[in-house]
Design a protein around this ligand. Structure first.
Ligand code: HEC
Ligand code: HEC
Length: 407
């Protein structure tokens, strides 16, 4: 629910700048994802978790509306933003999915120390704005720039419900001579508590509510109770003040009837969204699964973890076949050069592999067109595992890839 209060300043802004059409970035935006093939497996994505109560089902349905709602300048979009709705990026093959759309991160590393250039509105580029004068650019002082691909949120509620203690215990038990995962301790923006981060390429958020608040503010420009401050173009608050009041209350407010703001409903939708369901195994994929373990993929891509007791029975004590340890690993040359949350410039969260068959492209910047290319780009702690993969026969590699396609 958005308050129209802030928009009283808009007429003043119109005097300041005549053009009010949504401004586009100088570089062409990423092309929309190609329409996904309609398969039985694809059709299952985007549906609610099995076993929801009627009340939870209603929360899921209300959440879909917020996740797919298109914002305009009048309803709170911007002044700076990257897209007009959650689903504009999280699109394929169903709401909550991935896409080929990337966002840009930047910063400056000198003498091994990373500076997110916060004073220049780093480290996320807001590539669009409600007026051309507000368009941001990557600052000239930045010497690191990277793309970040949209990740899917299917089954995100199950990932959220894995207890911190499970991830920490697994980190201690799964160390090998080459693989040493780091637990991503972060301060949860929603509660202020120290928690184990698990969402995002850098495991930078622990909860869906804090990610929703961050995305609503950063990707769409809608201020909310968790992230109440509007982004100023390249840090220029004087310019921003012509468009919004810098002291106004957050735009996303609680509905007096339900007590929920948009970010709460978006979190409800993601929490109750069904996970990808694996395809049936065949003789070939079973051999591939054994190879996956034998060459060391499973030392980071942990096949399954369990949720703990949860207020929702559908999320309580469930096996989560995510194929990730949710830990940070030093990926060497594959690191994205950005320090964020608990992650250093070379550390990345092990990407969950469930739902891999529904992803358009792979790796944090979308550089890999196939899972095989994604594997070959692994470096750092994953080097030994990749070397073992490359030493497999062509047939064995195909069996491993066929196994990945069932996830
Ligand atoms: C401009 C495109 C874009 C929009 C709009 C967008 N996202 Fe995202 N989303 C991304 C990208 C890119 C990532 C990966 C970000 C990262 O880790 O740096 C992401 C990651 C996420 C994740 C983490 C999933 C995981 O991998 O663990 C969640 C949760 C999420 N988005 C929720 C939302 C919600 C809720 C909205 C709407 C308020 C939203 N997003 C709007 C692009 C977008
Ligand atoms: C040291 C931990 C580690 C090992 C070992 C490892 N991976 Fe990964 N994997 C990662 C991380 C971290 C990422 C995300 C990297 C990025 O995009 O920057 C990833 C990403 C991937 C992706 C792309 C997923 C996506 O959503 O884009 C695939 C596919 C993959 N790994 C498969 C494998 C296979 C197969 C093996 C074994 C040959 C393997 N990995 C071994 C940590 C590991």
């Amino acid at each position: 629910m958005k308050t129209p209060l802030l928009r009283v300043l808009l007429p003043a802004a119109l005097l300041f700048i005549r053009a009010t059409a949504v401004a586009q970035p100088p570089q062409p935006p990423a092309p929309p994802a190609p329409p996904p093939p309609v398969t039985a497996r694809g059709a299952q994505l985007g549906t609610p978790l099995a076993g929801l109560t009627a009340a939870e089902q209603a929360e899921f349905t209300a959440g879909v509306a917020n996740f797919t709602e298109v914002e305009t300048a009048e309803t709170g979009l911007g002044p700076l933003f990257n897209n007009v709705s959650c689903v504009a990026c999280h699109a394929a093959p169903a709401p909550g999915g991935a896409s080929t759309i990337t966002v840009t991160r930047f910063g400056r590393t000198v003498g091994g120390v990373f500076d997110p250039l916060t004073a220049l509105d780093g480290s996320l580029l807001h590539a669009r704005a409600i007026a051309p004068v507000l368009l941001e650019t990557v600052p000239a002082s930045a010497n690191v720039t990277t793309l970040r691909l949209t990740t899917p949120v299917f089954g995100a509620g199950l990932i959220e419900a894995i207890p911190d203690a499970t991830i920490i215990q697994n980190a201690q038990q799964s160390r090998t001579s080459t693989v040493q995962g780091t637990v991503a301790f972060v301060t949860d923006a929603a509660t202020g508590q120290q928690r184990v981060g698990r969402f995002g390429w850098k495991a930078q958020h622990a909860t869906l509510l804090s990610f929703a608040g961050d995305a609503y503010n950063n990707e769409m420009g809608v201020t909310n109770r968790i992230f109440p401050t509007a982004h100023a173009p390249d840090g220029n608050t004087a310019l921003l003040s012509h468009f919004v009041s810098l002291t106004a209350a957050p735009e996303d407010v609680e509905d007096p009837v339900t007590g929920k703001a948009d970010i709460d409903r978006m979190a409800d939708f993601m929490r109750f969204l069904a996970p990808p369901s694996p395809a049936p195994a065949t003789a070939q994929t079973l051999i591939g699964q054994r190879a996956f373990t034998a060459v060391g993929c499973a030392s980071c891509h942990t096949p399954s973890m369990n949720t703990g007791p949860n207020a929702s029975a559908a999320l309580s004590n469930q096996a989560v076949g995510l194929y990730s340890d949710l830990l940070l690993h030093d990926m060497g040359s594959l690191g994205d050069g950005i320090a964020q949350g608990a992650a250093t410039t070379t550390q990345m969260r092990t990407a969950p592999l469930w739902g891999l068959h529904a992803r358009p492209v792979y790796l944090h910047d979308g550089r890999a067109a196939t899972p095989d290319a994604a594997i070959r780009a692994h470096d750092g702690e994953a080097k030994a595992s990749v070397t073992a993969y490359l030493q497999l026969s062509a047939t064995a590699q195909q069996q491993l890839l066929a196994f990945l396609a069932t996830l």
